[in-house]
Design a protein around this ligand. Structure first.
Ligand code: TYM
Length: 347
């Protein structure tokens, strides 16, 4: 008889990833990178990935993909990820992701995948029949990214919440089907003022690297002049700022800029409004531009410096991949064994 395995305790471990599909935006920085650095600095074991296999679910020019992978590595490092304390690597160098991804393709149900809003958003207005199968199966690979390390916590922006919930569903179904306690029910960590940074041109749309308008976003590689110009031209309303966050109701653009300010300053929207309530955007926007430049310019300068030595970046990624593989491989072997695969070469 297959008795249920005794409950296992999973040590706290963080995993998260970013796609190297084009440049990094302020949304990626505030919603992800800055928070990854905070977690690392709290001393939590952290694994950070450049998910190049996710990126190719839509067409990527090979040379640009290589460049974007190194640039994203530089972005992680320049933001404060320490490749000794954290593990930093690119996904394709640790084949356990793809192997567990396949197993999860066989665990996840079509009905679950059909509910994924990101697939619907990415194919909206396009011929969905012409999307890659990888784009559709993408969330199962994301679940594998997380669970191949038995990660317990995943810091992400709002837009990834549904994918982390699917990860929990996959873990629960695997544990249930095989009557094991093999995977934790991973918790999405979505906290802080900027878990959904919006477009500077339209407060109802997410800031995104794929938006055709460059003025809609701040890129991490923008110079001080471009950052200041984009923020000063950001769409707003004519009213002064309210004294409290409740007063931002129905003012999506104003709320977005207040949230960005709070996240950049490491404070709360209430505090920002305590300082700027009653003031107009003529005062607030230049203050926000100065703050953004002071935070982002050193990061973009450090990214450029690191990009001068791509061989060193490659060396760091290879070293990170070795460390990641050392954690993932034994977990994957346990999974193969649970599923019933004969693994005679490994004894
Ligand atoms: P990606 O590459 O689209 O975004 C990387 C991270 O940045 C966050 N983010 C934002 N946060 C706030 N406001 C925004 N406008 C904004 N835009 C992006 C995202 O929420 C994300 O945290 N599927 C993931 C990559 C991935 C992953 C994983 C993440 C693959 N495997 C495993 C966590 C764990 C994605 O496409 O993120």
């Amino acid at each position: 008889m297959n008795a249920a395995a005794p409950a296992r305790t999973y040590p706290t471990r963080i995993f998260s990833g970013i796609q190297p599909s084009g440049g990094l935006t302020l949304g990626n920085y505030l919603g992800a990178l800055k928070r990854f650095v905070e977690k690392q600095n709290e001393g939590i074991e952290s694994i950070y990935c450049i998910v190049d296999m996710h990126a190719i679910t839509v067409w990527q020019d090979p040379e640009r993909l290589r460049h974007a992978t190194r640039e994203l590595a530089a972005g992680y490092l320049a933001s404060g990820i320490d490749p000794e304390r954290s593990i930093l690597f690119n996904q394709s160098q640790v084949s356990a992701h793809a192997e567990l991804g396949w197993i999860f393709n066989c665990v996840a149900r079509l009905g679950w995948m059909n509910r994924m809003t990101q697939f619907k958003d990415k194919t909206a207005g396009k011929n969905a029949e012409n999307s890659s199968l990888g784009l559709y199966a993408y969330p199962a690979l994301m679940a594998a990214d997380i669970l191949v390390y038995r990660a317990t916590h995943v810091p992400v922006g709002e837009d990834q919440k549904q994918h982390v919930e699917l990860t929990r569903d996959i873990a629960a179904k695997f544990n249930h089907d095989f009557k094991v306690d093999c995977f934790p029910l991973t918790i999405p960590v979505i906290e802080g003022a900027a878990t959904r940074v919006m477009s500077l041109r339209d407060g109802t749309k997410k800031m995104s690297k794929s938006d055709p308008s460059d003025a809609s976003r701040i890129n991490m590689t923008d110079d001080a002049d471009a950052i200041a110009k984009k923020l000063k031209r950001a769409v707003t309303d004519p009213e002064p700022l309210p004294d409290t966050p409740e007063g931002l109701e129905g003012r999506a653009e104003a709320r977005n800029l207040v949230n960005i300010y709070a996240a950049l300053a490491g404070t709360t929207p209430s505090q920002v409004l305590a300082d700027f309530g009653g003031k107009g955007f003529g005062v607030f926007k230049p203050a926000l531009a100065d703050l953004a430049v002071s935070v982002l310019s050193p990061i973009s300068a450090e990214m450029s410096r690191l990009m001068q030595d791509p061989a060193e970046i490659d060396r760091l990624l290879a070293r990170g991949a070795e460390r990641a593989d050392a954690i993932a491989r034994p977990i994957l072997e346990e999974v193969f064994d649970i599923v019933g695969m004969v693994r005679s070469r490994r004894g």
